[in-house]
Design a protein around this ligand. Sequence first.
Ligand code: ARG
Ligand code: ZN
Length: 472
Amino acid sequence: MHRRLIAPGALAAASLLLAIPASAASYSPGAPGIGDPYYPYYGNGGYDVSHYDLRLKYQPATDELEGTATISARTTQDLSSFDLDFLLDVSEVRVNGAKAAFTTSGQHELVITPRAPLAKGTPITVVVRYSGVPSTKSAYGFTTWHRTPDGAVAADEPESAWWWFPSNDHPSDKATYDVSVAVPDGTQAISNGTLQSTDSKLGWTRFNWRQNKPQATYLATLALGRFDITTGRSEGGVPVVNAYSKDLGDNDGAARASVERTGEIVDWLSGYFGPYPFSSAGGYVPNTTTGYALETQTRVYYSPKQFANGSNTSVVVHELAHQWYGDSVSLKGWKDIWINEGFARYAQWVWSEHEGEGTTQELADYVYASHPADDAFWTVKPGDPGPDDQFAAAVYDRGAVAIQALRNEIGDKAFFAVLKGWPRQHAYGNASVADFQKYAEQVSGRPLAALFDTWLFQPVKPAAPAARAASF
Ligand code: ARG
Ligand code: ZN
């Protein structure tokens, strides 16, 4: 998907029209974007969210979603108004109990003007009542709300929240979640974290999900449809909840044969990355037609297509690796995507070696050799790929070769210390590529600027492959 800039003037002008009390000259509107150069209007300025409470109801037959979002936040500047990113139809907004004025602006801005301006550092509670048919909404000409024959799925990157809840939509503002969704009896609602309870009345079943660790907005997921839910626990003690559409057809066996290995793979990854950071693990396979998988926190989204050729534990390893690299430790900005995708790909290579299907070095050499110097593959800089190449093959594959090069430069002992130390160092937080370089230098005691520059920041094929390590 390609996302875009829209005329900045339009938003600025709209914001200026909002009345600011003369007595509050220092109060100004929160910015319509959080300041990510890849996506200038993603997220918002002026506040920081700590919790989303979403109480929703969904009718699969008509794709109607309605409910209430209660958002707990704190202001980070003197605010006359602020934005949430959202596309559905809002009927009422309250800030700290009082009805607030609201309007829409740009592609996905809900602009809220509280009755009285808000001083910096104030805890606020924002209640948004809304409804709508998400499949009828688009922004920048696309949608990431995926309808299925029996419901719908919200799972996409870097955006999917706009279609189902109002948010500060950027990974730098993480929050905990309660997602409670009522669906007609016989339909299930799947989301992140632990299923606290379900209850049925008047023909509707309500599913109450809780994510008790900070979660980026794009990692919040919602799936509505007819699912089989399986529960268990890994040998290492991590509770596992998986869900399979009842309509996976020929892919059903391979999907279960792969995703049911979640507990085993979580335990195996813990050996490299340290303790699993969340209170639940698992994945779900809805009957979507999209092709990708996504590391939605604790409850990975898998397309049935991932299992069209039989079992695919590699994709399970990739998405579970993200639980440490991407979900617990999130990006500061979207340009830092290599930390997510390079390490998730590298984990697949370590799994390949474990399975006797090629070592990490063989796979790095293979990637290096299979792209000639004039291949456009090498023009993508994994350390700053730009929004259009954020998910280009080079971010993953060249990104993983870069990690093999790092390993060969600093030796296995320091390398595996970095691999395990990083998720601990930044657990539940945010970090950048620059932070990663600094951390690897600190742990290994070696200057690494040249290596990072060569492998992540030059739009050309590096002169030498990731040389094999002498032994350290
Ligand atoms: N982070 C995802 C992965 O692990 C990438 C999904 C990108 N594709 C998309 N259509 N949003 O591979
Ligand atoms: Zn990935």
